[in-house]
Design a protein around this ligand. Structure first.
Ligand code: SF4
Length: 364
């Protein structure tokens, strides 16, 4: 398969957020320098051609000191094809003028800035060290440096974030006028600080209510709800993330990163010691046909545009309109999907995606 996307992971963070479940380590300059060297070696080991999309995520890529930051960003820039999308994740506290300059020069053309909530007291609760005032300044600074394609993240269901607070968050986030917004419901996974403190995620009912509120507010403000958790102004959908949702293959490099190459899904080690020794991979799995079909449906149906029936047939050599006929017709009648040359979830279908998928999976 022709691979066109590369994900690269920087696992370091300045402090650890209460809910965090990602592969991350507290920042340490010495280890970070060694890590960047090892990361470059891993990327070189793949013989990667020019990429349509590159995504440097974390952790917190912007936590790296300027030398290491420009080393990895410049290195990745050399893999970007003309008109490619190059995204870098950044935290409000460490996206400085110097780093913005490095990003511009290396061809980075999309930023994803973690804001999470615009309430300073809730930010403190989740151990984020910025204020909404800081976030406003950073977004303005990024625009000054010519970045027009900016995503901001918002989490709902945080402790202390009731409906009124969420409405304020949405109003404040909209005032930043960025063309892309991602929203996530708080998940509390085992091992996180929140889990140990007994903090619970929202009930299904409350979650659905908050989600509706977000969808209504953002679509009213002319954002297209193009994926379950993502909203974009016309022309600003994340090309990189669409690689995942379309179930296409990609290179994944870095500590704990996942990738998908030649039908094999893999995950890298989470041990920094092993990684620095060049023992990158932890787990590889060749999917069975049914698992591949499940992944394809689960990912593609997250997108408002769904998938083309012809794409499905080319890949799996059978017609989903035949195989899933009765269920698809029922779901269309229930207003969960629409069917023509594509199968697309409706707004109601996006909300009830788990149910929709379960009905399809039992037929495999
Ligand atoms: S949520 Fe992000 S910034 Fe916070 S600890 Fe996790 S990876 Fe780091």
């Amino acid at each position: 398969m022709n691979i066109k996307s590369l994900y690269v992971h920087i696992p370091f963070c300045e402090h650890i957020c209460g809910y965090c479940d990602f592969t991350k380590l507290l920042y340490n300059e010495e280890f970070a320098s060694k890590y960047v060297e090892a990361l470059i070696l891993e990327i070189k080991s793949y013989n990667i051609p020019k990429m349509e999309t590159i995504y440097l995520g974390g952790g917190t890529p912007s936590v790296l000191e300027l030398g290491n930051f420009s080393q990895i960003v410049d290195f990745l820039g050399s893999y970007l094809e003309k008109n490619g999308e190059f995204t870098v994740e950044a935290n409000v506290e460490n996206l400085t003028k110097e780093k913005l300059e490095v990003l511009r020069k290396a061809g980075v053309n999309r930023l994803s800035i973690g804001i999470q909530t615009t309430h300073d007291e809730i930010l403190k609760t989740i151990n984020r060290h910025h204020t909404f005032e800081d976030a406003k300044k950073v977004v303005a600074l990024a625009k000054e440096y010519g970045f027009t394609n900016i995503n901001v993240d918002l989490i709902y269901g945080l402790p202390g974030q009731d409906e009124k607070a969420l409405k304020e968050d949405l109003k404040n986030i909209l005032s930043l006028d960025t063309p892309h917004i991602s929203i996530y419901s708080l998940s509390v996974s085992k091992g996180s600080k929140f889990y140990n403190e007994g903090i619970k995620p929202l009930s299904d009912e409350k979650d659905a209510y908050m989600y509706d509120l977000i969808v209504k507010t953002l679509t009213k403000a002319d954002y297209i709800h193009y994926e379950v958790s993502n909203f974009a102004k016309d022309g600003y959908e994340s090309r990189h993330n669409k690689t995942y949702w379309k179930d296409e293959e990609y290179y994944g490099c870095g500590l704990g990163a996942s990738g998908y190459i030649n039908g094999v899904r893999y995950t890298n080690t989470k041990s920094l010691t092993k990684y620095l020794k060049g023992e990158y991979k932890d787990f590889e799995e060749k999917l069975t046909l049914n698992e591949e079909i499940e992944d394809f449906l689960m990912l593609n149906l997250r997108l408002k545009e769904g998938f083309k029936v012809s794409t499905f047939i080319n890949r799996f050599h059978f017609d989903p309109l035949e195989k899933f006929k009765d269920v698809l017709q029922k779901q269309e009648k229930e207003g969960l999907i629409s069917i023509n040359d594509s199968i697309k979830p409706t707004e109601k279908g996006l909300k009830l995606l788990d149910f929709l998928l379960r009905e399809l999976f039992v037929l495999l």
